[in-house]
Design a protein around this ligand. Structure first.
Ligand SMILES: [Zn+2]
Length: 922
């Protein structure tokens, strides 16, 4: 049958047609097959409230399905016989989803939502269900390219149903019945000379029938998923003049076979069965449903079918070339609905069912040509993109396509701290499995307050590049508006203009085949404004001009960077994945950048400051930190000794566009440690111990650098330095100076070496936005530390705010100072900006005569001639007590001059002479 010959659009409900059907049947519509359209069976009478027990009902349903499977394709579900006695209130001995034990439900409620209806006392954390295989639904068996025969509900029926326990609905402000609306047909629009396919929308006031049960309604705290959500959007489009420029696609109920493309038969039966329960019975099940974050009334199942069927009809109209794109104003939403589970206000997963439906109905079949649309164009529906910008992760959608490589699921959502649905399924590492690995892309924002700049940044950096690489044939947007400004649940700040721009970007894909389907969004005004902005874009109105957005927040850019790094394994557009060791070895020699930087530092600090590289006596430490401990020649003699422990500045990397390899020519090292050394060694005559905590854990496996530092090893190094160098020195005044990772090492010394209080005069810590290390009360040195410390935190550090609220700084953090810098997130920037404060602080702690001592002219010119070997050899006295180690001396004797100016101190073989293992010496 030609799709064009079946009128799917109406200007208004045909009164004659409406009259023909006078009952609202909750069961499936008649099914039409491709091969032989069957005549519609007689309407099924609505089952009265005197509903049978469910056990009876489900067994009959099951029997009916067995029968239907073997019967003619034009089967439909039989009515449920009303044989049992009506259920008495309080009599319930079974619950509506009979396969489940309500006490053992592994699901949670909207625990983070500040609403009565959503805060569920019995909520349990979301756990990811096991593997699921959907039933094998085939085209022709209850599933057809052609729409099922339409059935309409007239005003009288709607009102009759409204009185079925929901009489308030009839008086709801803003309820507009569909037959009051004048919309255009395709032909009308063609006459207007639109020049392109029109846009469509679908809406039915019947979907407002799904509402909380009357006795559970609290007018002071309405349930967030309220009927006014869709009436509000519809009225906004209507009053804004958009509906009159669009084609209205008729909503109809989804069929069992359609829903079963994603959901199990049991799930279909369970949801359907709720439509045969009395209000009194469903009230007794209220708590059960709240554990699933659901409410159910006798019309919920009907509305869930309408919601899903509406989106299917929109998809059909787009695929058939009747409309170019569309917006489905539907509820209940769908993206939380798992294949076997209704949850999170969702019953059937509209987006998932539609994606699967498109592939099943229009996908290529072996040996057959592609089907053609009403314009004669081939219909290609091989790959579908589902973009989910609802503020919640669409767990149900991702799970439906967990191992499907033809349906790409991209979700931007709030994640962490138990935000619904909780668990780790929406984490960035959750990326699908099997052949579908990489075809789930999660962009989990860890904070509230993300706005247009953050969302558009994620779109530009991740969504659009991956979408272009995937090249979908149609894009479905799970268009929840709970990330909109004003939504109490999402607490995000996306504006209507922001949604418009995201819609605009997506409409560039798939030749413009774009379908937005409403999901969440609980501020009735925000969702209406946001949906209106999106619809204006799809009908082709001009985009709103955005004000300058500034830059995305640090939190968002971090998330985006993490997602890109992770997804680079799967998507070329995310940059080349870090290659494996084996691949790198094929290409040449592997040398880690950290080794190169360490060698550079050793060379540079020797030439500039005369610092010597010290080998560590412990083999474990030497392996971990070789070339990372340097000392000045007067380390044992200086009156003032600076122990400077830091990480190695920051790298300003530039990337080559094509491969995302680091562009070495434009990459710079920002190393602020020299500023500290200038002060210590040129302004004063401090002895210096320089410990560089450049992480030695760099790995080239898959996900880049291992973020976990070996803190135990760093502590061992710090104590080693204290015991073996500071402990042996004659210094009367010691300054501990930590930057970045070095701050923790500094605290390790204070915690474990009580003698610090004798000689340490100043403890300086410079941190970024991470929490400073704490000193517990048991150490007994808190008062001393408070006196002698200067903890420089960026002015934006949360601790300042906490302290203001608490009225004081906590003792465990020491003497906290609010520092400001241009880029406060980086300790290097802060260090540069804070040096005047550091100098001022030290001047109050170290006696003036010790400060006034100036370095001898010769002491800092050790390597200034640039020839490390000849300048250094024999010219310096060896610091006494530095670890004996023959290797360097032996290497020098053997003339091994690979690393220029890498210096080793040895006291064993050379009577205290410094042995230079340098190039000039070879
Ligand atoms: Zn949501």
């Amino acid at each position: 049958m030609d799709g064009a010959s079946q009128p799917i659009f109406t200007q208004a409900i045909d009164p004659a047609e409406s009259q023909t059907e006078t009952t609202r049947s909750p069961v499936a519509a008649p099914v039409v097959t491709v091969a032989a359209p069957a005549a519609a069976p007689p309407p099924v009478p609505f089952v009265p409230e005197t509903t049978p027990g469910l056990a009876n009902a489900t067994s009959q349903l099951a029997a009916a399905h067995i029968q239907a499977d073997g019967a003619a394709p034009a089967s439909s579900e039989p009515p449920i016989a009303s044989s049992s006695a009506p259920l008495e209130p309080g009599q319930a001995v079974f619950h509506p989803f009979p396969e489940q034990d309500p006490a053992g439900l592994p699901l949670t409620g909207f625990a983070s939502i500040p609403s009565r209806a959503a805060v569920l006392p019995n909520a349990q954390p979301y756990t990811r269900p096991g593997r699921y295989s959907p039933p094998q639904v085939q085209l022709g068996k209850g599933l057809s390219r052609d729409p099922p025969q339409r059935r309409f509900v007239n005003d009288h029926e709607l009102k009759a149903s409204l009185t079925n326990g929901n009489s308030e609905l009839a008086r709801l402000p803003g309820v507009v019945h569909e037959d009051e609306v004048k919309t255009l047909s395709v032909d009308d629009l063609k006459k207007m000379g639109l020049g392109r396919l029109p846009s469509g929308f679908c809406y039915s006031a019947r979907m407002t029938l799904h509402a909380p049960l009357p006795r559970t309604v609290d007018s002071n705290d309405p349930h967030p998923e309220q009927p006014a959500r869709i009436t509000g959007i519809f009225n906004k489009l209507l009053n804004g003049g958009l509906t009159s420029r669009m084609v209205r696609v008729q909503v109809r109920e989804a069929l069992r076979e359609e829903v079963m493309l994603v959901h199990s038969e049991g799930h279909w039966d369970r949801v359907r069965a709720t439509g045969f329960q009395t209000i009194e019975y469903l009230e007794t099940c209220k708590e059960f449903f709240e554990r699933l974050s659901l409410y159910v009334n006798p019309d919920s199942a009907f509305c869930a079918r309408l919601s899903c069927g509406g989106v299917i009809e929109m998809a059909r109209a787009v695929a058939e070339g009747q409309i170019r794109n569309g917006f489905a104003i539907v509820r209940p939403p769908g993206h939380h609905a798992e294949p076997e589970e209704a949850m999170g206000f969702c019953f059937f997963n509209n987006a998932a069912v539609v994606a699967k439906w498109l592939r099943t109905v229009y996908g290529a079949r072996p040996g057959q040509p592609l089907q053609r649309d009403v314009n004669g164009k081939e219909i290609k529906m091989e790959r579908i993109l589902i973009l989910d910008w609802d503020v919640h992760h669409g767990n149900g959608t991702q799970r439906a396509f967990e191992d499907d490589k033809d349906i790409l699921y991209i979700s931007l959502h709030r994640h962490g701290n138990g935000f619904y649905p909780g668990g780790d399924y929406g984490a960035l590492e959750s990326a699908g499995s099997g052949p579908g690995r990489g075809f789930s892309v999660n962009i989990p924002f860890m904070n509230e307050g993300m706005g247009d700049a953050d969302y558009l940044y994620a779109f530009q950096q991740i969504v659009m590049p991956i979408a272009y690489e995937f090249a979908p044939d149609l894009v479905i947007v799970s268009a929840g508006y709970d990330a909109a400004k004003g939504d109490e649940l999402g607490k995000m700040l996306v504006s209507p203009d922001g949604y418009a721009h995201m819609t605009h970007m997506l409409s560039a894909l798939a030749g413009g085949k774009l379908l937005l389907a409403l999901e969440g969004g609980y501020n009735v005004n925000s969702i209406a404004e946001s949906a209106y902005a999106c619809v204006k874009v799809i009908v082709g109105d001009e985009l709103p001009a955005m004000p300058s957005l500034g830059s995305a927040s640090l939190a968002a850019t971090n998330t985006v960077a993490d997602v890109k790094r992770f997804q680079a394994q799967h998507w070329k557009s995310m940059g080349c994945a870090v290659e494996s060791d084996a691949e790198l070895t094929k290409a040449g020699k592997i040398e880690s950048l950290s080794d190169i930087l360490k060698a550079h530092r050793v060379y540079h600090l020797f030439h500039e400051y005369g610092l010597f590289n010290v080998e560590l006596s412990s083999p474990g430490l030497e392996e971990a930190f070789h070339d990372q401990l340097l000392v000045s020649e007067d380390v044992y003699d200086a009156e003032v000794l600076l122990v400077f422990m830091h990480d190695l500045g920051s790298m300003k990397a530039a990337y080559t566009a094509a491969t995302l390899d680091t562009d070495l020519e434009r990459t710079q090292l920002l190393d602020t440690s020299c500023e500290v050394l200038d002060w210590a060694m040129e302004d004063h005559a401090f002895g210096v111990i320089d410990v560089n905590f450049l992480s030695h854990l760099a790995t080239v496996k898959g996900q880049g650098v291992d973020p976990s530092r070996d803190r135990a090893k760093e502590k061992e190094l710090a104590l080693h330095v204290w015991d073996n160098i500071v402990g042996m020195s004659a210094a009367q005044h010691v300054i501990l100076f930590g930057s970045g990772a070095g701050c923790h090492a500094l605290m390790d010394i204070i915690r474990n070496r009580p003698a610090v209080t004798d000689r340490v005069r100043a403890c300086i810590s410079i941190l970024g936005l991470e929490p400073p290390p704490e000193l517990d009360a048991a150490s007994g040195v808190r008062p001393w530390y408070k006196q002698q410390s200067l903890v420089l935190l960026p002015s934006t550090h949360p601790l300042h705010e906490d302290a203001r609220r608490a009225g004081k700084h906590q003792k465990k953090f020491g003497n906290i100072y609010r520092a400001t810098a241009e880029d406060e997130s980086r300790p290097t920037h802060l260090l540069h900006a804070s040096m005047p404060k550091v100098k001022e602080f030290v001047a109050t702690k170290i006696p003036q005569d010790a400060l006034d001592r100036r370095p001898a002219a010769s002491s800092t010119s050790a390597g200034s001639e640039g020839d490390a070997g000849s300048a250094g050899e024999g010219a310096k006295p060896a610091p006494v007590g530095v670890e004996a180690n023959g290797t360097a001396a032996e290497a020098a004797a053997a003339g091994d001059g690979v690393a220029p100016a890498v210096t080793a101190l040895s006291t064993s073989d050379n009577g205290g002479d410094v042995v230079m293992n340098g190039a000039g010496n070879a």
